[in-house]
Write a protein that binds this ligand. Structure first.
Ligand SMILES: [Zn+2]
Length: 381
């Protein structure tokens, strides 16, 4: 005897979100004010896009206020008029009730319709040369306007997999956080996204600032530097690169054309794997040092240990010591930098200490103490 076959379902099986009768799909919102991404549910009706999520994020946004910023391989990035920096990342398979109402990606089609082919070609040639000129000139004024969400996405793509290579213990995290808070204490009042400083398990003397407000201090530097106040000076310099928008300027300068032509995901990710590939201008280095000196002074920390660390990078006979090539490569001219830090030392002032002995040793030993942290293996090419 054979069992009767089950009745076929009378309603189509759900699964294709575009035919989901509820028309709801998950998305991510960046409010433009902080680095956090908020998971939300979105749906569309005739008048508006409805965003359900935390109170501060939930919104009903009229379709006329929705702007299409970009289309990525896996998502559509939307903006909102009157809310600079606000971004909504929508999956490509969002319900039709949303996708069909989105503004189209801007095209050149209308230009050709209006002016004719050859005039349009001339316009495009002019536009291309303007774009090339802009790419050369733009980084300085463009960098501060890169949306935080975009920068964070770039950082996640480029260095997100370093989680297992960074060293964390409760004591070292607390010590670093307190040091960063002292150096960058205006950030919260100015509603700036936080800077995340982490220790990278890599025996190389260096520290780098990355997109998305990330700063990595290499374990090798902690053993070379020998002073919490000098570490404050070095971290202050890297935070200065973030706050003065040098990181995005460097990204735009080095990858600007490929960013414009192909989107950052395909072009920058592999290149950014070499984190030390980002080069700042001499002017940016000088400005980051000035930023660091100002913050050391505001935190009542002496600039002398930083001067001492920088001077130590030049050996007695003028040549660089072993093991510090990476730092010197990305931060040239340590002797002139040391002099500038020394020059602002005030012998009449009673300076504080950046960290007490326990907090300092927690930072120095973090990579040895965090047994889960794996040494980072840089890849070249
Ligand atoms: Zn620098």
């Amino acid at each position: 005897m054979t069992e009767p076959l089950p009745e076929p379902p009378t309603e189509p099986l759900s699964g294709d979100p575009r035919t989901d009768s509820a028309g709801v799909c998950p998305a991510e919102v960046f409010d433009g004010a902080s680095a956090r991404r908020h998971g939300v549910m979105v749906r569309g009706d005739a008048a508006a896009l409805i965003i359900d999520g935390p109170d501060a994020i939930a919104a009903t946004v009229a379709w006329s206020a929705i702007e299409r910023i970009d289309t990525w391989p896996d998502a559509i990035l939307l903006g909102r008029s009157g809310r600079p920096g606000w971004r909504l990342k929508l999956p490509l398979d969002a319900p039709a009730a949303i996708l069909d109402r989105l503004p189209r990606q801007p095209r050149f089609g209308r230009l050709i319709d209006r002016f004719g082919y050859f005039k349009s070609l001339a316009c495009l040639a002019l536009a291309s040369s303007l774009i090339v000129a802009a790419v050369i000139k733009a980084p300085g004024w463009l960098a501060p306007h890169i949306p935080t969400a975009w920068e964070n996405g770039m950082s996640d793509d480029a260095v997100g997999d370093l989680a297992e290579n960074t060293c964390h213990t409760p004591a070292s995290d607390a010590a670093l956080a307190s040091l960063v808070a002292r150096l960058d204490r205006d950030a919260a009042a100015q509603h700036l996204p936080p800077v995340h400083v982490e220790l990278l398990k890599l025996d190389l003397v260096n520290a780098v600032a990355l997109p998305g407000g990330r700063v990595l201090v290499f374990d090798g530097l902690l053993h070379q530097i020998r002073s919490p106040d000098a570490l404050a000076g070095v971290i202050g310099h890297e935070i200065g690169h973030v706050r003065l928008h040098h990181v995005m300027q460097a990204v735009l300068r080095q990858y600007g054309l490929s960013l414009l032509l192909g989107g950052y995901r395909s072009n920058v990710t592999s290149a950014m794997g070499q984190m030390t590939a980002l080069r700042f201008t001499r002017e940016a280095e000088t400005d980051a040092d000035s930023w660091s000196r100002a913050r050391l002074a505001a935190a009542n920390l002496s600039p002398l240990p930083t001067a001492g660390f920088l001077a130590s990078l030049e050996s007695e006979n003028g040549g660089p010591q072993m093991g510090i090539a990476a730092y010197l490569d990305s931060h040239p001219d340590p002797f002139a930098r040391a002099l500038a830090f020394r020059a602002v030392f005030d012998p009449s002032r009673a300076y504080d200490q950046a960290l007490d002995r326990n907090a300092w040793s927690a930072i120095v030993n973090a990579c040895a103490d965090d047994v889960k942290a794996k040494p980072w293996t840089p890849f070249f090419g």
